[in-house]
Design a protein around this ligand. Structure first.
Ligand code: AMP
Length: 303
């Protein structure tokens, strides 16, 4: 089990879906990532919160191997985001993004975290992602998430950081936008030419497509009768994926395939309740049982 350093947002989210509404719940990409990854390996979280993020909010991280020494607290308000989903849960509108203390955030990696063997750069400005990489001592694996905003707004900085990444974890529309290719097989190849030798494309309810050079591996999403809130599913997937890799002895193609299913398993829980609620009351036996359901879902005999 090797530690994972992650840098990204810790937020107050307000979310409306056809299943209901919550306001000002603890969210953020790095929160979902850390909670999911911590089921498999220790996590070192670097982020910023305001003075409105008190001990009560911080309890989401309690009792888990999540090291908060890199969580900066500064005067001001925590990052806030509101999203509303349509009946088609694949479609979401961002109602507001208030950067608040995140606006002046400069990641400072504590000395104790600098030799982290696994690094996950959640979706933040690519220049900040580069700043993180400047502060760490040649990690074994660097994974990165990004979004349309940076693909459009800061393409040069994004290309500089992509050149230093081992795994890009990205959703299908972003993969198309980044590569200029509609077809995901061509998109994965074009993205590999930018640097990352492994590309993991998240396709929402259609599952995940991973490209490892010549080889592809695909996993469906778990068929669920009730999806309550898809917020953070991508970050939760990334947490399960990287967490599993950090817990494994090596990184063969077979281990990477298991990691995709571990990520999909964690994401399938996250969407079953609002915010991080389901992750907070999840136990390892449930994770193991759903991993096995995934195996059965995709198992078939040769022709
Ligand atoms: P996802 O559903 O995977 O897009 O992740 C949603 C999470 O990302 C929410 O918890 C938000 O607080 C967080 N988030 C939304 N926009 C941003 C942004 N521009 N930068 C960092 N985190 C964000």
């Amino acid at each position: 089990m090797q530690p994972i350093l992650t840098v990204g947002s810790v937020a107050f989210d307000s979310i409306k879906t056809p299943a209901g509404e919550v306001s000002r719940v603890v969210g953020g990409a790095a929160t979902y990532f850390s909670l999911a990854a911590s089921f498999f390996a220790p996590v070192r979280l670097v982020a910023v919160v305001g003075d409105d993020f008190g001990p009560r909010q911080q309890t989401v991280f309690d009792g888990r191997p999540i090291d908060l020494r890199g969580l900066q607290r500064v005067a001001g308000e925590t990052f806030r985001w509101r999203g509303e989903y349509y009946d088609d849960l694949n479609r979401r509108e961002t109602i507001y993004t208030e950067l608040n203390v995140f606006d002046a955030f400069r990641p400072r990696i504590p000395a104790e975290f600098r030799a982290s063997p696994f690094v996950f750069l959640a979706n933040i400005h690519p220049a900040l992602q580069l700043e993180v990489l400047e502060q760490v001592a040649s990690p074994g694996l660097v994974a990165l998430d990004t979004m349309n905003y940076w693909i459009e707004g800061t393409p040069d900085a994004l290309r500089r950081v992509l050149a230093r990444v081992d795994v890009l974890i990205i959703n299908d529309e972003e993969a198309r936008q980044l590569s200029g290719e509609r077809n995901l097989v061509k998109a994965a190849r074009a993205i590999r030419a930018l640097g990352p030798p492994r590309v993991v494309i998240k396709r929402g309810e259609h599952g995940v497509l991973m490209n490892l050079g010549e080889r592809f591996f695909a996993a469906p999403a778990m068929p669920l009768e009730e999806v309550c809130d898809p917020t953070g599913a991508g970050d939760t997937f990334a947490g399960g994926f990287i967490g599993y890799l950090a817990s494994a002895a090596g990184m063969s193609d077979a281990v990477l395939a298991q990691a995709v299913v571990a990520g999909s398993t964690m994401a399938s829980f996250a969407v079953q309740a609002f915010g991080v609620e389901r992750l907070l009351r999840l136990d390892t036996a449930e994770v193991a049982a759903r991993f096995e359901q995934f195996r059965q879902l995709t198992q078939f005999e040769p022709l």
